[in-house]
Write a protein that binds this ligand. Structure first.
Ligand code: UDH
Ligand code: NGS
Length: 285
């Protein structure tokens, strides 16, 4: 038996996993949003495949992460975020793809519905192990905030320069959040009913709690984000029904979510820095 064991051990090749904490991480990045660059360094640029996809060549990545950006009409924010993400995620040595999910006018903006479409579309293109829903105006301040998933859904925005406190309230789940596919299916994704600003992130917290889960955050020093300042969007007005919807989150969650999202896909394009998914939605009156 000893002899057999040694043959088995000799022939077993451990995958050459990418490091958990790559040496090239720089830690805290001081950023001045007023002068932030949208340049991508040539080495990083060369490694990005069509559709904004990257895979480390020197090691086997531990995670395949889809970054899903609900988006409309924020071209400058998107440029800044894309260059920042490609630089940082390549240093983190994870395999990733970036998906920008854009909603056509005239419907009011719906962040939760776009996240659901991003989840379904990206997973139909490639099977990811982690899905990160990412606001377009938030820049990770410390590259030790690894874009990986955890045993429970993760709220990666542990602090944000737009708030005077670290976060507006303890159960805040807005900004940047990460789910494994199992975690996302378990909560039936986001609600599709929040047209306009506010509430879809609180609704998700109820979904997480009602399915017996909880969520985690990195330490604030690592999970810091710089928020790019902006005015309110005229096509994303504060939703007057948001609190009533949040109050009925538990009742609705089985029938309203990623399993029932309705939309029409107008375009799917593999651009140099991201995959663009353009959709139209019939707004419920
Ligand atoms: N988003 C767009 N375009 C829009 C609206 C929203 O791309 O027209 C996306 C974008 O990814 C953004 C995310 O949805 O980062 C969240 O929207 P937001 O940035 O408007 O949310 P924020 O919390 O709200 O920054 C600022 C508006 C103030 C509302 C005032 C209510 N008290
Ligand atoms: C809550 C909203 C959330 C929002 C959070 C932070 O009141 O969607 O404020 O907003 N919930 C409802 O409206 C029910 S912020 O301070 O970033 O403007 O994310």
């Amino acid at each position: 038996r000893l002899h057999n064991d040694s043959i088995i051990l000799k022939n077993f090749k451990r995958p050459n996993y990418c490091p958990l904490w790559p040496e090239k991480l720089v830690g805290r990045m001081d950023m001045d949003v007023a002068v932030i660059s949208t340049e991508i360094s040539p080495a990083v640029q060369e490694s990005i495949a069509e559709g904004g996809v990257f895979k480390p060549e020197v090691c086997s990545p531990r995670e395949r992460t889809a970054i899903i950006i609900p988006y409309r009409n924020r071209e400058n924010h998107l440029k800044v975020l894309l260059s920042h993400l490609h630089e940082v995620l390549q240093r983190q040595m994870i395999e990733y793809g970036i998906y920008v999910i854009e909603m056509a006018f005239p419907a009011q903006f719906n962040r939760g519905l776009l996240a659901n479409v991003g989840f379904l579309t990206s997973s139909s293109i490639r099977s990811y192990t982690c899905y990160i829903i990412h606001d377009v105006d938030l820049l990770m301040m410390d590259d030790r905030n690894m874009y990986r998933c955890g045993r429970v859904p993760r709220h990666l925005t542990a602090s944000n320069t737009k708030y005077t406190k670290r976060l507006p309230y303890l159960a805040y789940f807005g900004g940047v959040v990460a789910f494994t596919p199992e975690q996302f299916w378990k909560v039936n994704g986001f609600s599709n009913l929040y047209f306009g600003w506010g509430g879809e992130d609180d609704d998700m917290v109820y979904r997480i709690f009602h399915t017996g889960q909880h969520f985690s955050r990195p330490k604030p020093i690592i999970g810091g984000y710089t928020a790019i300042e902006h005015d309110s969007d005229s096509t994303n007005p504060v939703n007057p029904n948001r609190q009533a919807l949040v109050n009925s989150a538990r009742r609705r969650m089985v029938d309203d979510g990623v399993r029932s999202v309705m939309y029409q896909r107008l375009a799917l394009e593999f651009k140099p820095l991201y995959t663009w998914v353009y959709i139209s939605v019939q707004e419920a009156k």
